[in-house]
Design a protein around this ligand. Structure first.
Ligand code: NAP
Length: 555
């Protein structure tokens, strides 16, 4: 179930958030700790007690807030009915999260508990979020009694916003002490190993209903796959700039992009792994393909700082295939059982697919993506766009084509390899010439061909570029956002007959590419390569999904 945590500073704002996202929700968590008035009243109570001892104000203020929250719950329910008459009843959770647990409430604890008790007595709540450290205390007894008479279920929460501590197993076990409560773990994951430990701590709870959340970017995949990890809900925040907790997605993204309500144990899961990875455009490419082909499959971002956590995470999340991005393209090769030849030649793998007996097979579709758009200009690549893997690609005919490659980094490896593979004569220009020379020597030897020429990326190279200008390929990060005005080849004047190819895709047309187009050149932007590699990846994913269907195994 998708639960929206309100983050508005006022009751009206919270209702507005519910109304805006109602279409995608099953549950609504009223996060009253975000209410500015409640925060200040709680803090004033605190000062009153410590200072002049006006304890009487506690009760009246708390009763007042309890009633307001109950009225708010009733209003939320009636809005919901009007907006979604066909839907099941909206479940409402009441929460006043303490600052120490990652919330906003810093006021008096007695006042907080009184507000919760009064709200429950006044009615309207299905669940109450109550902390594990209060278990069995005098302070919580009347709150628990009020929840019980109101028929509200207690979510017994353990929060660790600073990450895993030695206390985790003990605190998790305590949260699961009472059978009629729902234990909840919300622990910050400072890396992939921590994400895995949080999943394991959740599994150890063994409660039929539980909530397990790894907060922060390393746990986002777990929020999307919450049911698979045994969590009966996933929390999210409205798209208005405030997150209730780090790593929250919006309801629209969860329900739309990731089809949260359709995910089951049998859904084939794919992911892009990298660090960072949440900015990746790949989910926007692959999920619509799955949706349009009515496939029970999802593609999500899995932020990964440590490759050694990947096998266990792949098993827990049910991964069937992954896209691999910076910084794991090289390191991931040690986890593969087999790979197409280009993976070793380029020393980079950007796609891995699970096969029989859980063996993983590696591919490099960047190579395919780079080559695919060249077919239009240099012919010979019929069918290349749909080739399932780079090794089956029939490439463009580059025999005798003279090319300059700007840059000698990771992406240039695939570019130079592809150009040499299909017969081009290559010049590499790089700021660090030694890096270009090493690349040239290595690929020349591997392909048993004449190694590319190399030169420094500076004005003295102008004459050389004129010799190698049938195709110019720009592979450095120069001109990429945010430094969009930068030009990697400012000393070179285009003559207009060149094909200019910039693999940078943010912005879609770089300053350098615009200059080439205006000079009359035919141009290729980085999106063409990105989409080419994604199409080849998609073909590999679809093959894997077909295999799963044929074996009828799901996962
Ligand atoms: P990388 O391995 O870090 O290599 C960066 C290259 O840029 C090196 O040749 C480096 O020269 C050069 N460089 C960086 N800053 C420079 C500067 N200020 N002046 C001169 N040279 C500079 O990066 P990468 O993985 O190859 O990625 C490069 C670009 O390709 C990125 O913008 C990336 O987004 C893009 N890309 C696009 C696609 C696609 O599908 N369209 C795929 C992969 C990559 P030195 O060797 O001297 O440091």
């Amino acid at each position: 179930m998708i639960c929206l945590s309100s983050t508005a500073g006022s009751p009206d704002g919270a209702l507005r958030q519910l109304r805006r996202d109602a279409a995608h929700l099953d549950l609504f968590e009223l996060r009253a700790d975000f209410f500015a008035e409640l925060q200040s009243e709680g803090s004033n109570q605190h000062r009153g007690e410590a200072g002049d001892g006006e304890v009487g104000a506690d009760l009246a203020g708390a009763v007042n807030w309890g009633r307001r929250l109950s009225e708010l719950a009733a209003e939320a329910r009636s809005d919901w009915r009007a907006l979604r008459p066909e839907a099941a009843a909206l479940g409402i959770i009441l929460t006043i999260r303490r600052a120490a647990d990652g919330g906003r409430y810093q006021g008096d604890e007695g006042f907080r508990l009184l507000v919760l008790e009064e709200a429950l007595r006044s009615g309207g709540f299905d669940y109450l979020d109550l902390e594990e450290d209060l278990l069995g205390s005098d302070a919580e007894r009347s709150v628990v009694a009020a929840a019980s008479s109101a028929g509200a279920t207690i979510i017994r929460s353990y929060h660790a916003p600073d990450g895993i501590s030695a206390e985790l197993p003990h605190r998790a076990a305590r949260a699961a002490t009472r059978e009629n409560e729902i234990p909840k773990l919300a622990v910050h994951a400072d890396g992939s190993a921590a994400f895995l430990r949080i999943i394991e701590a959740g599994e150890a709870l063994q409660s039929v209903r539980r909530i397990v959340i790894a907060m922060g970017p390393y746990g986002v995949a777990g929020r999307i796959l919450a049911p698979r990890l045994g969590s009966f809900l996933t929390y999210c925040s409205s798209d208005d700039g405030r997150q209730a907790a780090p790593g929250h997605l919006t309801p629209e993204v969860l329900a739309g992009m990731y089809r949260y309500h359709e995910l089951t144990e049998r859904t084939a899961v794919f992911a892009v792994i990298g660090d960072p990875v949440l900015h990746s455009r790949s989910p926007e490419f692959h999920n619509p393909v799955f949706r349009s082909q009515k496939l029970d499959a999802v593609y999500l971002p899995l932020q990964l700082d440590d490759l050694s956590a990947l096998p266990a995470l792949a098993d827990r999340l049910g991964l069937q295939g992954v896209s691999i991005t910076i910084p794991h393209k090289s390191g991931v090769r040690r986890l593969l059982s087999n790979a197409e030849p280009a993976v070793e030649a380029i020393a980079a793998c950007n796609t891995a697919i699970r096969g029989p007996e859980d063996a993983w097979y590696g591919y490099n579709t960047d190579l395919h993506g780079f080559l695919a758009p060249l077919a239009e200009f240099f012919g010979g690549a019929e069918g290349a766009q749909h080739a399932p893997a780079a090794q089956e690609t029939r490439g463009p005919d580059l025999t005798g084509v003279r090319c300059t490659v700007i840059g000698a980094g990771g992406a240039a490896r695939a570019v130079v390899y592809g150009l040499l593979l299909y017969g081009a004569d290559v010049l590499i220009l790089n700021r660090t010439v030694a890096r270009a020379e090493a690349l040239a020597a290595e690929l020349g030897e591997q392909l048993e061909t004449v190694p590319p020429r190399c030169a420094a990326l500076e004005p003295a190279a102008d004459a050389l570029v004129r010799e190698y200008r049938d195709l110019l390929v720009q592979t450095t990060s120069i001109g990429m956002e945010p430094e969009v005005e930068a030009d990697p080849l400012p000393f070179y004047e285009f003559c207009g007959s060149e094909v200019a190819y910039d693999i940078v895709y943010t912005p879609p047309e770089t300053t350098w590419l615009r200059r080439a187009r205006r000079a009359g050149c035919r141009v290729i932007g980085g999106n063409a390569m990105f989409e080419g590699q994604a199409r080849a990846q998609s073909a590999l994913f679809l093959t894997r999904i077909n295999e799963l269907h044929q074996h009828g195994a799901g996962q």
